[in-house]
Design a protein around this ligand. Sequence first.
Ligand code: HEC
Length: 184
Amino acid sequence: MRILVFTALWFAGHALALGADTGNAYPTQAAALAERFVGMLKPQLKQAIADGGPTHAIAVCADIAPAIADALSDESGWSVKRVSLKSRNASRAIPDAWEQEVLLDFDRQQAAGVAAAELHAEEVVNGQYRYMQAQIVEPLCLVCHGEALGSDVQETLQEYYPDDWATGYSLGEVRGAISISRNL
Ligand code: HEC
């Protein structure tokens, strides 16, 4: 009898903890990680452009962006990455089936006028908690993701990313998303 009660209590506690994690803590943690990614990358991108122009910034970004994703993943125990329907980094940014659906949905919502900050999604998929936050094209982004790229920018992109699809964007479009997940 006592064992039964203990077992029941353990399950109740466990369910509560899981509920708390998936219901409250996980979305907050995932959103915080997405914010930190942007907070770490954007100032370095701007600094690199100021220091040596866009071509220098491409070289810096090629090192720093994957390093930030890996550092945040190692530190948090979550998987932290960036994905896009038109990827630049062919080895890291190609979306899986769930990410692709969410990105298509972000595009639809963006076209329907939903505010950039609202473009996030979360779902439990195959035993994983998954979260995505859209990244919207701002004036700064157009230098390397826009329609009219400088020839030096095109050359540098070709050198670093021969399979680059991530150009031709205009202001306000969804460039991609930060995708964050962890096993439940
Ligand atoms: C100086 C050039 C440059 C600027 C400016 C720039 N990017 Fe990028 N972007 C890159 C490079 C280079 C990569 C590939 C980095 C990597 O290897 O992970 C990239 C990759 C990305 C990715 C990851 C998905 C993919 O396609 O590989 C997203 C999302 C992204 N950029 C969004 C933005 C947004 C939003 C802005 C504006 C706030 C921006 N970028 C500004 C050069 C730039």
